[in-house]
Design a protein around this ligand. Structure first.
Ligand code: GDP
Length: 445
C-alpha cells in the first residue's frame, strides 16, 4: 500500500502547490491519479469512471461556498470518490450480537486463514469475549499445531483432532465442545487446499451445512489484486460469503485493486491484515482508510469546512421554504463560527457581494464578532420551543434567557428585533443575496 499512499500524497501536494486549477492542470492531476490506481491493480474501467466523475463534478461546481477554495474542493472530491469506491461511509459492524456466534473462515491455501483466525481470536478476547478456535484442515501439515500455538498465545480455547478423519466430523465435535464450554465466539478454520478446487469447495459446503455458521468470512490475500473478486465468486457458488478479510495489505502494491474488487462483490470488507503479527489487524473503515491514504490532517480540516457549508445550505433551505426561525439563525451563526474568524470569512466573500464590508476596520470587526458570540449564547439559552416559535417569548422568558446567558434583557430584545427585521428582509431577497452577506451587514453596522 505504500506505493499508492505515496502516489496519492504527491497528487495532493500537486493540487496544493498549483496556483490555479485550470483545465490542463486538472487533466494532468487526474492522469496521475489514473496511473496510481492502475498501478495498484484497480480495474481500469472503474478508474476511468472515477476520474471522469471527479472531472465532471469539479467543473459543475460553479459557486463554491465561502471558505472553500477550488483546490480544497478538488481534494474533497478526491476524498469522497475514493471513499465511495471503497464502500462508502458505512463502518462495518464487527459486534458479536448473538451468542454463541459461529464464524467460519474460508479461503485458498496461503491466504492467511490460520494466522487470521488467531488475530480475530485476539481481537475479540480483548473485547471481553470467550473465544474458541477449531481447526478442521486435515490436508495442510502443521495447520493444527499452528492454530493450537496461536490459541495458547492469545488464551483462546482450542479444538482439533485429526484422528476423527474428516473435516465435517472435526467441525461438529469441536462445535459441541465449544458450546458446552460456553464460548461466546467460535471460529472455525477450514482447509485451503485439496486435490482439486471442486473437492475443496464441496468440503467447505459440507462443513457449512453441518455447523450452520452465523457468518462465513472469506479470507483473501491482497497480493492477488483485482483477482480477489473472482475468488469470492468461486466460493459464493457453494456458500454465502457474508464478509471479507483482506490479508497482507502491508506487503503488496496491489492492495488498492484487492480492496476495490472485494467491495464489488457486495460482501462487506470487515477487517484488513497489515502484518504477520497477531496484533496486525484493523477494522476496515473506508473513510478512515482514505483519510490516511491522503494524509489525515488535510482531510479533517477540509471536512469541517464542508460540514459548515452543508449547514449553511440547510439554513438557506429553511429560508427558501419560509421557515426562518431563531433556530435557523442559530444554525447560521454556528456555521459561520466554524468557518473561522470574521475577518477571514470576509476575505472569502465574493467581491461585489458586500463591498462596504471589505472596508471595515479592525475595531468594527471585533464588535461584530463580539455581538455574534453574544447572540449565539443567548440563542443557546433558549428552549427548542422558543427557538421555533419566537412569539411565545414574553417578559419572564426573556429575563430567564438573559440570566442564563449572562446578558441583559435588553440584549435579548435587540436580538429579537434583529430577527424580526431579518425575517421580513429574507422573504423579499433573492437566494444569492441571502447568502451570508445579509447577516454580515447587520453585524458590522
Ligand atoms: P493459510 O494457509 O491460509 O492458513 O495461511 P497462513 O495463516 O499459514 O499464512 C500464510 C502466510 O501469510 C504466513 O507466512 C503468514 O505469516 C502470512 N500472513 C498472514 N497474514 C498476513 C498479513 O496480514 N501480512 C503479511 N505480511 N503476512 C501475512
Amino acid at each position: 500500500m505504500r506505493d499508492l499512499m505515496d502516489a496519492i500524497g504527491s497528487i495532493i501536494s500537486r493540487i496544493r502547490g498549483s496556483t490555479l486549477i485550470d483545465e490542463e492542470t486538472l487533466r494532468s492531476i487526474l492522469r496521475d491519479l489514473q496511473r496510481a490506481l492502475i498501478r495498484a491493480d484497480v480495474d481500469v474501467k472503474l478508474v476511468y469512471e472515477l476520474t471522469k466523475s471527479i472531472e465532471e463534478e469539479f467543473k459543475e461546481a460553479k459557486e463554491l461556498p465561502p471558505g472553500l477554495t477550488a483546490k480544497d474542493y478538488l481534494v474533497y472530491l478526491l476524498y469522497r470518490k475514493l471513499t465511495d469506491l471503497l464502500g462508502g461511509d458505512k463502518e462495518p459492524d464487527v459486534e458479536v450480537k448473538t451468542k454463541p456466534y459461529i464464524l467460519m473462515l474460508v479461503g485458498t491455501e496461503g491466504s492467511g486463514k490460520t494466522t487470521t483466525a488467531g488475530k480475530l481470536a485476539n481481537f475479540y478476547i480483548k473485547r471481553g469475549l470467550k473465544v474458541g478456535l477449531i481447526e478442521t484442515d486435515t490436508i495442510r501439515p502443521g495447520a493444527f499445531d499452528q492454530l493450537r500455538q496461536l490459541a495458547e498465545r492469545v488464551k483462546a480455547m482450542f479444538f482439533g483432532d485429526p484422528s476423527l478423519g474428516n473435516a465435517v466430523n472435526i467441525a461438529k465435535a469441536g462445535l459441541s465442545r465449544m458450546i458446552s464450554s460456553k464460548a461466546d465466539l467460535i471460529i472455525i478454520d477450514t482447509a485451503g487446499r485439496h486435490r482439486n478446487e471442486e473437492e475443496l469447495l464441496s468440503e467447505v459446503k459440507e462443513i457449512y451445512e453441518a455447523v450452520k455458521p452465523n457468518e462465513v468470512m472469506l479470507v483473501v490475500d491482497a497480493t492477488n489484486g483485482k483477482q480477489v473478486g473472482a475468488q469470492a465468486e468461486a466460493f459464493s457458488k457453494y456458500v454465502p460469503v457474508n464478509s471479507i478479510f483482506i490479508t497482507k495489505l502491508d506487503s503488496t502494491a496491489k492492495g488498492g485493486g484487492a480492496l476495490v474488487s472485494a467491495v464489488k462483490t457486495g460482501a462487506r470488507i470487515k477487517f484488513i491484515g497489515n502484518g504477520e503479527d497477531i496484533e496486525d489487524i484493523e477494522v476496515f473503515n473506508p473513510r478512515r482508510f482514505v483519510a490516511r491514504l491522503m494524509g489525515m490532517g488535510d482531510v479533517e480540516s477540509l471536512l469541517d469546512k464542508v460540514k459548515a457549508m452543508e449547514e449553511e445550505e440547510e439554513v438557506l433551505e429553511d429560508i427558501e421554504t419560509g421557515k426562518f426561525t431563531l433556530l435557523t439563525l442559530m444554525k447560521q451563526l454556528e456555521a459561520m463560527g466554524k468557518l473561522g474568524p470574521l475577518s477571514r470569512i470576509l476575505q472569502m466573500l465574493p467581491m461585489g457581494l458586500m463591498p462596504q464590508l471589505k472596508e471595515l476596520n479592525d475595531d468594527q470587526l471585533m464588535n461584530a464578532q463580539d455581538r455574534m458570540r453574544k447572540w449565539l449564547s443567548i440563542l443557546r439559552s433558549m428552549t427548542k420551543e422558543e427557538l421555533l416559535n419566537p412569539n411565545i417569548l414574553n417578559a419572564s422568558r426573556i429575563r430567564r434567557i438573559a440570566k442564563g446567558s449572562g446578558v441583559t434583557p435588553r440584549d435579548v430584545r435587540e436580538l429579537l428585533r434583529y430577527y424580526n427585521e431579518m425575517s421580513r428582509m429574507m422573504s423579499s431577497l433573492k437566494k444569492s443575496q441571502r447568502r451570508l452577506g445579509s447577516l454580515f451587514r447587520r453585524f458590522s453596522i
